[in-house]
Design a protein around this ligand. Structure first.
Ligand code: ADP
Ligand code: MG
Length: 220
C-alpha cells in the first residue's frame, strides 16, 4: 500500500531529479521554446518540497493536492498549471483514503492525465508532455502494470517526440521547424515517472520481502 509518506518521498525525489536535470530541460526548451522549462520546474518542485516539509499532509490525496496548488502558484509557464492540474486532480480523485494500492493510484493518475489533456486541449502525438504521461500511465495501469514499466514507457514516449511536429504550446509556433527536437515537457514527465520508480524501489518494505520469502518457501 502507498501512504502519504510514499507520495511525499515521490515528490521530494522529483525535486531532486529535476534539480539534477534542470539544465538539460532548459536546453531542450531552447530551440523550440523560450529556454525556461528547467528553471520553471526547478522553482516549482523546490517550492513543493519546502511546503511538504512545513505542512506534512497525512493522506496521499492531501499531499498531491497541496503539491499541485504549489506548482500552480509558483510556476509561471504553461507547464505550471498543467503539472499542477495533474497532481491536484490525481489527489482529488484519491479523496481522503489513508493509503491506496498501486492500481487505485494508477486509476487516479489516469484522471489527472485526462485533466491535463482537457486543460491544454492536446492529445498524444501533439508533441507535448502527454506523449510521456499517457504511455506512462498506460504501463502503470492494468494487471501487469508496474512502476518500472511506467518509467520505461514514459522515457520511450519522451524520446519518440523528436520526429513529431508540435501542434500545441509555444513549440507549435515553429511549425515544421519543431521537428527534430525532443519536447522538454515530455522529457520532464519522464522524470516524474523515473522518480516514482526510484521511490517504489527504495520503499520496498521488510513486510513485502517477508511475504515474498514465505511465498517462495511454501512453493518449495
Ligand atoms: P512555456 O511554454 O510557457 O515556456 P514551459 O517551458 O515550462 O512553459 O513548458 C513547456 C512544455 O509544456 C512543452 O514542452 C509541452 O510539453 C508542455 N505544453 C505546452 N502547452 C501544452 C498543452 N497545451 N498541452 C499539454 N502540454 C503542453
Ligand atoms: Mg518554456
Amino acid at each position: 500500500m502507498l501512504d502519504a509518506l510514499f507520495f511525499r518521498r515521490w515528490l521530494t525525489a522529483t525535486a531532486a531529479v529535476v534539480d539534477r536535470e534542470a539544465e538539460r530541460l532548459t536546453e531542450l526548451d531552447s530551440p523550440i521554446g523560450d529556454a525556461d522549462h528547467g528553471s520553471n520546474l526547478q522553482r516549482g518542485f523546490r517550492a513543493v518540497a519546502t511546503v511538504l516539509e512545513k505542512e506534512v499532509p497525512d493522506t496521499p490525496g492531501a499531499v498531491l493536492t497541496l503539491a499541485g496548488r504549489q506548482l500552480i502558484s509558483t510556476v509561471g509557464g504553461a507547464s505550471g498549471p498543467l503539472y499542477g492540474t495533474l497532481l491536484r486532480r490525481t489527489g482529488k480523485d484519491l479523496g481522503d483514503a489513508p493509503e491506496v494500492g498501486p492500481a487505485r493510484f494508477a486509476e487516479a493518475l489516469r484522471s489527472g492525465v485526462d485533466a491535463v489533456a482537457a486543460l491544454g486541449g492536446a492529445a498524444p502525438g501533439d508533441k507535448t508532455m502527454l506523449d510521456a504521461l499517457v504511455p506512462g500511465v498506460d504501463a502503470l495501469d492494468g494487471p501487469s502494470g508496474s512502476f518500472g514499466a511506467a518509467r520505461e514507457a514514459a522515457l520511450h514516449g519522451a524520446l519518440a517526440t523528436t520526429p513529431l511536429q508540435a501542434r500545441k504550446g509555444r513549440a507549435s509556433y515553429l511549425g515544421e521547424r519543431s521537428i527534430g527536437h525532443q519536447d522538454p515537457g515530455a522529457a520532464s514527465s519522464a522524470l516524474l515517472f523515473e522518480a516514482l520508480a526510484e521511490t517504489a524501489e527504495s520503499t520496498e518494505t521488510p513486510e513485502s520481502t517477508e511475504t515474498a520469502e514465505s511465498t517462495d518457501g511454501s512453493r518449495g
